[in-house]
Each structure stands twice: as structure tokens, then as C-alpha cells.
Design a protein around this ligand. Structure first.
Ligand code: DUC
Ligand code: ZN
Ligand code: ZN
Length: 468
């Protein structure tokens, strides 16, 4: 049966108008005023609501296992949480096991991905740039629809690659229509600071932030840009948190270099004061990069306004605060004796849209169009999903969010659908709330009612990335 969404205010990255949307076969079939329908249709009245393209979150870690810890959300629970937050497409990070080929890593990722409730694509994390890995990169882009790769300049001895490997991977990515995503922090210097702190007995969660200063992010961002410029490849800085990093991105973009960057809600709304919380509570805020001093936030908002920052994604990487009921592997409590053992990451997939609406549109004067651009259109374009995802037009997937722009409500972890046991934003009041969510035309969220099911999410085989 067709679906008709009536009287909504349709907002895309470029338009803002009142119309009806007719959906059939999972796609938008017609848009117009007082649309006539030929037969039966499921009708949804969107009077007073915004009709937005489903959110696109290009940075999540669902069901991710490292040698020491695992994220608590499966694809089932994480994508259900995403849907309740108005996000209908994810690009998740596939982390291969060290020494294993990326293609094998993708095979395992697909098995875990089968429980997804919304559509999901994969970025591939590269742990080396050996000849076999570089060959796999080509296969991943051409055959598997994985058109972006992430490399780490941090975590020596585990995830980090050296500059030579980073450069080699960048060249292959660029030559094959793929984006290189970089975790930019100076890993060896951070390691020296961590070792020093631990040796001095400074082991509380706040030393996670003390040992990862903003200057070491800025330095690595600058270095990554130099390497990408030389490799003639598009670059995407993930989880940018610091003014120094943004300055490097801005300078490069002003010179016409294809550098892009995302920030995350926690860097826009929270700051390093959270690390002064008593006891072990501050471990909830142990993510990488860490929260910065308050002064960085104004730079990030300016970057979002001026398009020096193009995307807000979540880096949803959830570990429970408490050990029970899931066990230590899923818990921050692993690091109760030393910050260096706290699993690194925080949740956020369910709160991105309302937080960014409240922060960007209500408080910082960004337009509704820009709000849609940074949460859906730009990530879809940068990562090979547009126009299937990221906008509303005849022929696009009918991934739609009916959003109330005036409702005020309070964020509470107890109301969430993620399996994690806390929210970074507990008790925060926001304006703007997701009311209904459609994935390929199917209404899967209706207020607090869940109408979706595990397994209905499709794999997103992506086309070229890095060409906005
Ligand atoms: N990088 C991420 O992107 N997520 C979690 C931790 C990290 O280092
Ligand atoms: Zn990272
Ligand atoms: Zn991440």
C-alpha cells in the first residue's frame, strides 16, 4: 500500500516548503500540494511538523570487538536507537582483526550487520598498508561498495600506522575513488605522556584528557593534510575536537585542498569540566579525542556555520558504565584502577538530531537547511550515498523523519533504546523531537511505539566517496 504524508513542511539542504509526499515501493513517488492518490494509502498528518530526510550518521562502532573490550550495542539495538533518534542510515566502522585481511573483516562484519533495523554501510579500518591490503582496498571499493578507509595516527602498538603506510593507503584510496578518514592525534607523544602519568601514579579518569592535549590533535591534523595533499586524495578528519585542528582544516580548504571534517555532539555541548566529576563518574566521558576546554566550542560552531566543518556524526562507541549485567568486557569499570585501561568511547546515536537541532537552529542561529545539510545531506554526499539517502526528492529512498520543532523534552538514558546504561546528556532539556520515522516508506517509529524489526535494514553498497 502507498503512504501519504500530508501537510508537512519539507526541509532539505536547499528547500523549505509545504507539500504532501506520496511514497510507494519504498521511494518518494510524488511531491505536491493537495496530492491526489489513485487508491488506498496509509495517511500520516504532518501538520505543524517538519519533514526531514532521515539522518545519516557516518561514524558508529556497533558490535565492535577489540582484544580487550566490546561495544554493547548490536546492530539490532544500535540501529533501533538510531531510528528513535531520527537516523535512518549509518556508515559503521569495520575493524578487522590484526593480521587478518580486510576482506575477511568485512565478511565477519556482514554477519553481525544482519540484525540491523536501518540501512548500514561500512568504512574499512586499515591496520597496515602491505601489498595485500592495498589490493584488498581496490576490491573493497569496486566489488563491495566500501569506498572509505580509516587509518589511525594514534595508538602505537595496536591501531597506529606510520606516516609512510598512511601515505601509501591514501594514494590507493584517491586513485580508486575512495575517501581516507583519519584519526588524527600524535600517538607516540601521547604514549610518552600516558607512561609518564601512570609512572607518577596519576591514574584517575581525568588524566585521559591531560595526556591527550589539543596541540597533539592539531599537529596530526596538519600532518595528515600535508600527506593527503601530496597524495592528491580527498581527506576526512574524524571526530575533530580542537580549535587548532579546525584552523589547519580551514587553511587547507581556503587553498582548495579537498579536506573535510566532522565533529560530534559531545565536543559541541560538553567540555573538560566533566572530568572533575567525583570518583569514577568521569570515566563516562572517556572518549578519544577527549572533551576540550570550553573555549574550543565557539570555534566548532563557527566551523559548522562557515562550512569549514561539514558533518556532525556521533562516534557512537558505547561501553556501559556499570559492570553488570553484561560483564567487564563491555564496561568502563575495566579502568577503575587506571585511566589507561578505560574502554575508549561513548554513546550518542539516539540523541544527535534533537541535540543538533536545539544547538544549531534554536541556539546558534544556523538555518534549518544547514541543519539538514550537516546531519544528512553532506555525509550522504561525501560517502557515496547521495541522492538515494540524504535528501527528499522524487525517486529517493523514502527515509523520512517527522520532527516537532517546538516540543521541549528532557534526555534520559532510561528512555533510550541503546543497551548502554548512561547518557552523556542526562537531564539536558532540548527543543525539537522526533515524532515519526520512515525507512524506505515503512513507518518504524511512531512516538514511543516501535514498529520496525531486526533484519529489515539493508546493506548500503556505496559509490565513490570524497566528491562533495
Ligand atoms: N576512535 C574512534 O573513532 N572511536 C572510538 C575511539 C577512537 O579512538
Ligand atoms: Zn578515532
Ligand atoms: Zn569512532
Amino acid at each position: 500500500m502507498a503512504t501519504l504524508i500530508r501537510n508537512g513542511r519539507i526541509v532539505t539542504a536547499v528547500d523549505d516548503y509545504l507539500a504532501d509526499i506520496l511514497v510507494d515501493g519504498g521511494r518518494v513517488r510524488a511531491i505536491g500540494v493537495d496530492l491526489a492518490i489513485g487508491g488506498d494509502a496509509e495517511i500520516h498528518d504532518a501538520t505543524g511538523l517538519l519533514v526531514l530526510p532521515g539522518g545519516v550518521d557516518v561514524h558508529t562502532h556497533l558490535d565492535m570487538a577489540t582484544p580487550t573490550a566490546s561495544t554493547i550495542d548490536t546492530f539490532g539495538s544500535g540501529t533501533k536507537a538510531a531510528a528513535f533518534g531520527g537516523t535512518t542510515a549509518l556508515v559503521d566502522f569495520c575493524t578487522p582483526v590484526a593480521g587478518e585481511s580486510p576482506l575477511k573483516g568485512l565478511e565477519d562484519w556482514h554477519r553481525r550487520r544482519e540484525s540491523a533495523c536501518v540501512d548500514v554501510g561500512a568504512h574499512m579500518i586499515l591496520l597496515d598498508a602491505h601489498p595485500g591490503t592495498l589490493e584488498d582496498m581496490k576490491t573493497l571499493v569496486r566489488r563491495e561498495g566500501v569506498s572509505s578507509f580509516k587509518l589511525f595516527m594514534a595508538y602505537p602498538g595496536s591501531l597506529m600506522v606510520d606516516d609512510g603506510a598512511l601515505f601509501k593507503a591514501m594514494r590507493v584510496a584517491g586513485a580508486n575513488g575512495a575517501m581516507t578518514c583519519v584519526h588524527a592525534e600524535n600517538g607516540p607523544v601521547i604514549q610518552a605522556l600516558v607512561d609518564e602519568a601512570v609512572a607518577q601514579g596519576l591514574k584517575a579518569p581525568k588524566y585521559h584528557a591531560v595526556t591527550r592535549p589539543a596541540i597533539l590533535e592539531g599537529e596530526a591534523v596538519h600532518r595528515a593534510i600535508c600527506l593527503a595533499e601530496l597524495a592528491e586524495t580527498p581527506l576526512y578528519i574524524v571526530h575533530l575536537s580542537a580549535a587548532q585542528s579546525l584552523a589547519a582544516v580551514t587553511e587547507a580548504r581556503d587553498r582548495g585542498i579537498a579536506v573535510h571534517a566532522e565533529t560530534c555532539p559531545h565536543y559541541l555541548f560538553l567540555n573538560a569540566e566533566e572530568y572533575e566529576r567525583p570518583g569514577f563518574e568521569a570515566a563516562k566521558y572517556v572518549m578519544t579525542p577527549p572533551l576540550r576546554e570550553l573555549s574550543h566550542q565557539a570555534h566548532l560552531w563557527r566551523g559548522l556555520k562557515s562550512d569549514d566543518l561539514q558533518v556532525v556524526s556521533t562516534d557512537h562507541c558505547p561501553f556501559c558504565f556499570n559492570e553488570q549485567p553484561h560483564g567487564l568486557r563491555y564496561s568502563k569499570q575495566q579502568g577503575v584502577d587506571s585511566f589507561s585501561r578505560i574502554p575508549n568511547g561513548a554513546p550518542g546515536v539516539e540523541t544527535r538530531l534533537p541535540l543538533i537541532f536545539d544547538g544549531a537552529v534554536v541556539k546558534h542561529g544556523l538555518s534549518l537547511n544547514r541543519f539538514v545539510e550537516i546531519t544528512a545531506t553532506a555525509p550522504a554526499k561525501l560517502f557515496g550515498l547521495f541522492p538515494k539517502k540524504g535528501t527528499i526528492a522524487v525517486g529517493t529512498d523514502a527515509d523520512l523523519v517527522l520532527f516537532d520543532p517546538v516540543e521541549r523534552w528532557t534526555i534520559r538514558a532510561a528512555d533510550h533504546h541503546s543497551q548502554v546504561d548512561y547518557s552523556l546528556f542526562e537531564g539536558r532539556e532540548v527543543t525539537g523531537r522526533v515524532k515519526k520515522v520512515f525507512v524506505r516508506g515503512q513507518c518504524i517509529v511512531d512516538g514511543t511505539r516501535w514498529l520496525g524489526r531486526e533484519g529489515m535494514g539493508q546493506y548500503l553498497r556505496r559509490s565513490e566517496s570524497g566528491r562533495p
